[in-house]
Design a protein around this ligand. Structure first.
Ligand SMILES: Cc1cc2nc3c(=O)[nH]c(=O)nc-3n(C[C@H](O)[C@H](O)[C@H](O)COP(=O)(O)OP(=O)(O)OC[C@H]3O[C@@H](n4cnc5c(N)ncnc54)[C@H](O)[C@@H]3O)c2cc1C
Ligand code: FES
Length: 615
């Protein structure tokens, strides 16, 4: 007898009329196409041939349907304001009256069509049943404070598996181009990919009312909790859950019954499916705070380790950053922090954080040795490992020293045989971060020269005073025009140093910039005007204020736009602006060619009129 701890089929749902209510079964036939018999066999269409579905019409959610397959009959009930009541139809003989009723309900002509072989699956490349575990539904319910049955109605999957932990079903897909064979009872399927979700799950399944924060919260939590067995490369964004499947080509269908055992057949290949927490290029999970160090009165360094012994579970390049999720207040916030330590120290990574606003203050106040911190990454192209040039100028403002320090530490660990000029501006001499370590590097690592300037120096300071200027940079690095330069600091500082470098004759192609944001990015000064933003590919639109970014508007509207840093750095949120004008805070992550091609960073772009975006 099967143990409860083994995966087993615990629920079968079919949706005979696509987009309407489900029917729960004890057993079902898998057709030779891979579809479940009677699943999405019927669908509603507009005159233009498009589906009338929940993605396009929230009114679908206020239409209840109860189908009796044995009697071949359906009862439709209007739960909207229209007051059409309920009506009973034969699905074979009453097509005209059924269409008339639907036309009265939606307010436009609707046709009712049938496809007995393939049905009308959401994804025609994967006509098999969609699969999720009961524990995943329960976990999502916990995230949003929703009863499991409501989560079920929001995500509308066919097959539920019990006896497994949350997101167990992520084991059923592998690397792009591969599939994972698995058996339910006697029927063998192939798991293809994690299902991309649409605008339906954020909606109350009974009223159609949408929760604008749902996609963002879901995406953040999914990324944070992605199990080690999930193939991360399949998540171009994290608004994905449940699995798309098809029938294995050697099989012609069969019967699925509640209680059937579920078994994975393939032993996934090394490259196809990383199952164990091994070192990877991208990782999300929790690290443990090992030590906390005061660098200055307002800057602390947090050394992070893997919760189990061993190296940190990801590779990074000097200059990359992590996204950190901070649970300080009512809602978790995400912030980017550079890995200031060197990749040559594989046993830990360090972030050095200046106390500023909500997120950084929470890190300073809450993190102590032993605390856990949810991180994802590494990300970023602001890197230098000494391979591409044999000399480099690093220009930092304040805490912008962190990525540059990672580069210096790494190059020093290799005893790099090049030239590094660090030009570093701080407010007072007490704000010099890594002061002792930089002094020591200057002594033992001849490649490094440090040029400090202090803007509000106290009397005892004997070094250079004042802000970064072209004169200061030129006198510190006389051959600057021929050098490769990396700039990092607040956005305003990074922009003004970039201008100075242009004046000093440094070609744009020799300049790399990372901006940390800051007060200048807060567009509270601009007038709040409402504009329409259309997302052409998903057919969604929204009215947003000129102070709202296109990315926030997209996520609130249910467009699953990929994103990372939200600071114009990682480039993951880019999209083509098809029409209209936007105001841009910072677009350092775009190349001139990408800008010419109409790409914008949606996390940095705010509407300045009607805007159409390809998303
Ligand atoms: C790639 C990258 C790497 C980074 N690396 C580091 C790093 O290594 N170390 C580090 O310390 N930081 C780093 N940052 C910056 C970091 O991500 C945070 O932006 C920073 O810590 C501030 O976040 P916060 O939550 O503390 O402040 P927030 O609450 O986001 O506030 C940010 C600033 O805006 C001000 N502000 C907030 N609301 C308003 C308002 N309505 N009007 C006017 N001003 C307002 C705050 O006072 C504060 O100065 C990095 C950023 C990026 C993009
Ligand atoms: S989210 Fe990183 S550039 Fe926009």
């Amino acid at each position: 007898m099967m143990s409860k701890r083994e995966p087993f089929l615990s629920r079968i749902l079919i949706f005979p009329i696509k987009s309407l209510d489900h029917l729960e079964l004890q057993q079902t036939r898998v057709l030779s196409s891979g579809a479940l018999e009677h699943d999405r066999t019927w669908a509603l269409f507009e005159e233009n041939g498009k589906f009338v579905n929940g993605k396009r019409y929230a009114a679908v959610h206020r239409l209840r349907s109860q189908i009796d397959m044995a009697a071949r009959a359906v009862t439709l009930r209007d739960e909207s304001e229209r007051g059409l009541g309920s009506q009973h139809f034969s699905i074979d003989d009453d097509v005209d009256p059924l269409e008339n009723w639907l036309c009265a309900y939606f307010g436009f002509p609707v046709s009712f069509r049938k496809n007995c072989d393939l049905g009308f699956p959401d994804d025609t490349d994967s006509p098999g049943p969609t699969i999720i575990s009961v524990a995943t539904l329960a976990e999502i319910g916990r995230w949003f404070g929703l009863p499991i049955d409501e989560v079920r109605r929001r995500f509308r999957t066919n097959i539920e598996i019990d006896g497994v932990p949350p997101f167990w079903e992520d084991r059923l897909f592998g690397a792009a181009g591969t599939t994972i064979r698995f058996r339910i009872g006697d029927v063998v399927f192939e798991g293809i990919n994690p299902c991309q979700r649409c605008v339906v799950p954020p909606r109350d399944p009974t009223t159609g009312e949408s929760d604008d924060t749902f996609v963002r919260r879901f995406t953040e939590l999914r990324a944070r909790t992605l199990p080690a067995w999930s193939t991360r490369e399949r998540f171009n964004h994290f608004y994905r859950v449940a699995i798309n499947t098809r029938l294995h080509s050697d099989h012609d269908g069969g019967i699925l019954r509640l209680g059937d055992r579920v078994e994975i057949i393939d032993i996934p290949s090394e490259s196809g499916h990383a199952r164990t927490p091994q070192t990877s290029d991208f990782w999300a999970g929790e690290l443990v705070v090992d030590t906390v160090r005061d660098e200055t009165a307002s800057v602390k360094t947090f050394r992070l380790r893997h919760p189990s012994e061993g190296d940190i579970p990801f590779h990074f390049k000097p200059g990359q950053f992590l996204t950190v999720s901070i649970d300080g207040g009512a809602e978790a916030v995400q912030r980017c922090y550079t890995i200031a330590s060197s990749p040559s120290d594989a046993g830990f990574c360090e972030i050095t954080v200046k106390r500023d606003g909500i997120g950084s203050a929470a890190l300073h106040d809450l993190l102590t040795p032993g605390s856990r911190l949810a991180v994802s990454g590494p990300m970023g192209r602001f890197t230098f490992d000494g391979e591409s040039a044999n000399e480099v100028v690093l220009i930092a403002g304040g805490v912008g020293i962190t990525p540059l320090m990672s580069k210096i530490r790494y190059l020093a660990s290799r005893n790099w045989n090049g030239r590094i000029d660090l030009v570093y501006s701080v407010k007072t001499q007490r704000d010099i971060i890594f002061r002792g370590e930089l002094a020591e590097f200057q002594r033992v690592f001849p490649a490094l020269k440090v040029h400090l300037t202090v803007t509000s120096a106290e009397d005892a300071w004997t070094g250079a005073r004042g802000r970064l200027t072209t004169d200061f940079i030129q006198s510190a690095v006389p051959d600057i025009a021929r050098r490769t330069v990396h700039i990092c600091g607040p956005t305003a500082m990074a922009g003004s140093v970039q201008q100075m470098l242009h004046q000093l004759g440094v070609e744009a192609s020799r300049i790399e910039i990372e901006a940390f944001g800051g007060k200048a990015d807060r567009n509270t000064a601009i007038e709040a005007v409402d504009y329409e933003v259309k997302f052409a590919r998903s057919g969604l639109e929204s009215i947003i204020s000129s102070r709202t970014t296109i990315l926030d508007a997209a996520l609130a509207a249910g467009v699953a736009l990929d994103h990372g840093c939200r600071a114009g750095v990682c480039g993951r949120c880019k999209a083509v602006l098809l029409d209209g004008d936007v105001m841009i805070d910072c677009d350092f992550a775009l190349t001139p060619e990408q800008k010419k091609a109409g790409l914008i960073l949606t996390c940095q772009a705010r509407p300045a009129g009607l805007v159409v975006v390809d998303a």
